[in-house]
Design a protein around this ligand. Structure first.
Ligand SMILES: [Zn+2]
Ligand SMILES: [Zn+2]
Length: 152
């Protein structure tokens, strides 16, 4: 990816940039990642702390035990709640940055998927779902549903 790559929280108060290539980028399907993303998985770049720099805003921390017996220290924007990165105090030289917070997340290509035992079953058929190029038309969908029609 082109460096430095900028990122921010959803409200924009927290901004950062990445000045080194990540070691690798991973998709995680674990239940913790489903909670934190409020979705089906999270995408994380595992990188050296020396390549990550906060540019503005202040982060708040929250921590939890991990399945492997360690501690995940989770840093997030206190204004919008957006998770920015995680760290493990036992491995202080590494940070795990949530790639969805990059201004252009498409610069990264995940290389591996973890916790497949927790993958949501519908993801196996994800590419078969009907697609809409932009926003799904809620009003039209509601009208179709009320008439007993398949909205998609
Ligand atoms: Zn924010
Ligand atoms: Zn996970």
């Amino acid at each position: 990816m082109e460096l430095p790559a900028r990122g921010s929280c959803q409200c924009g108060n927290v901004t950062y940039h990445v000045t080194e290539e990540p070691l690798y980028t991973a998709v995680c399907h674990c239940l913790e990642c489903q909670k934190l993303s409020a979705s089906a998985f999270s995408v994380t770049m595992i990188m050296r702390r020396s390549g990550f720099e906060l540019l503005s805003g202040e982060l708040k921390r929250w921590e939890r035990p991990t399945a492997s017996g360690g501690i995940a220290v989770c840093w997030f924007c206190p204004d919008c709640g957006n998770r920015i990165y995680h760290e493990n105090p036992a491995v202080p030289e590494i940070v795990r940055v949530k790639t969805g917070t990059l201004d252009d997340p498409s610069v990264l290509q995940p290389q591996v998927r973890g916790w497949m035992c927790r993958q949501q079953p519908w993801l196996e058929h994800y590419s078969e779902l009907p697609v809409v190029e932009r926003q799904i038309d809620f009003k039209k969908a509601m009208a179709d549903i009320e008439q007993g029609k398949d909205p998609f």
